[in-house]
Design a protein around this ligand. Structure first.
Ligand code: C2E
Ligand code: MG
Ligand code: MG
Ligand code: MG
Length: 279
């Protein structure tokens, strides 16, 4: 089971690699049925304004509970869905469901609430994305500025022309664009300004060790200052402690998201109470 690659060296297909690709194949097949069988669900995590304690928006996070395999993390199945193209169908389902849920909350008294939805680069490179988004918002009678789309850095790297057009179209229709996991990829700072990015979400890897890592403190405060200078909002991800929150507040970070306030929750009474208490 060794095979020759192009440079006359041997590559081994280790048992570990074999197990990994079997798992991916298994997930791919199971995913095909997941939508029909109602196995996908969205949970929502509040984004809390640090100065006021209010919640202006919640982030939709995908959950998959397979009847036999159990709960599978999006960090595991999203990459599989991206490889197979299934992410397009799943992503559309996520958009429709998140917007429908937002509509329900707005009708239930949370009139100003907004929603953040994660987008894969593959979705982003579909030229019809802006029309799809507009159509979904229109059908639910939700204003475009109630939707934040989270993109990762580097979304514009492979196909800058389509990405630029898509961003311009979304922006001109009023949809807000955020950069997720900011600081872990590579961003062109001139593009951030040019695309009028609404919000930078500071990656949780910088937030985690704020208490004892001076480099992380320097990075986080530099991101916040840059965002302020360019007129962008900042949200810190993965906030778990009071000390982290205190530092972020001192630095002027706008929002915090993390277990300190709330885990991502299903759209039930517990979440509704939380949101109503901070509306
Ligand atoms: P993300 O968008 O950066 O989401 C933040 C992740 O951090 C979520 O993991 C969330 O549950 C977790 N988190 C929130 N607060 C804390 C905290 O205080 N401490 C720690 N340790 N973690 C916290 P999750 O839900 O497992 O999602 C992982 C990633 O999967 C997301 O990262 C996002 O990139 C992707 N994802 C989730 N839903 C979707 C979706 O609908 N579409 C796409 N394309 N990607 C999605
Ligand atoms: Mg996100
Ligand atoms: Mg993130
Ligand atoms: Mg992430």
């Amino acid at each position: 089971h060794a095979k020759l690659d192009g440079r006359n060296t041997y590559r081994f297909f280790t048992p570990e690699m074999r197990a990994q690709s079997l798992r991916a194949l298994q997930l791919e097949n199971a995913l095909r049925r997941a939508l029909d069988r109602d196995e996908l669900q969205l949970h929502y995590q509040p984004q809390v304004r640090i100065r006021t304690g209010r919640v202006h928006s919640v982030e939709a996070l995908l959950r998959w509970n397979h009847p036999k395999l159990g709960p599978i993390s999006p960090s595991e199945f999203i990459p599989v869905a991206e490889d197979t193209g299934q992410i397009l169908q799943i992503g559309e389902w996520v958009l429709r469901n998140a917007v429908a849920q937002l509509k329900a909350w707005r009708s239930a008294g949370l009139a100003e609430l907004k929603i953040a939805v994660n987008l894969s680069a593959i979705q982003f490179h579909q030229p019809q994305l802006p029309d799809l988004v507009s159509q979904i918002l229109h059908a639910a009678a939700v204003p475009p500025d109630a939707l934040e789309l989270e993109l990762t850095e580097g979304v514009a790297v492979n196909d800058p022309r389509t990405a630029t057009e898509t961003m311009d179209q979304l922006r001109s229709r009023g949809v807000r664009l955020s950069i997720d996991d900011f600081g872990t990829g590579y961003s062109s700072l001139s593009q951030l300004k040019r695309f009028q990015i609404y919000k930078l979400k500071i990656d949780q890897s910088f937030v985690q060790d704020l208490d004892h890592d001076g480099n992380d403190r320097a990075i986080v405060s530099a991101i916040i200052r840059m965002a302020q200078a360019l007129g962008m909002q900042t949200t810190a991800e993965g906030v778990e402690t009071d000390a982290q929150l205190q530092f972020l507040r001192d630095m002027g970070c706008d929002e915090a998201q993390g277990y300190y306030f709330s885990r991502p929750l299903p759209p039930g009474e517990e979440l509704l109470d939380f949101l109503k208490g901070r509306a």
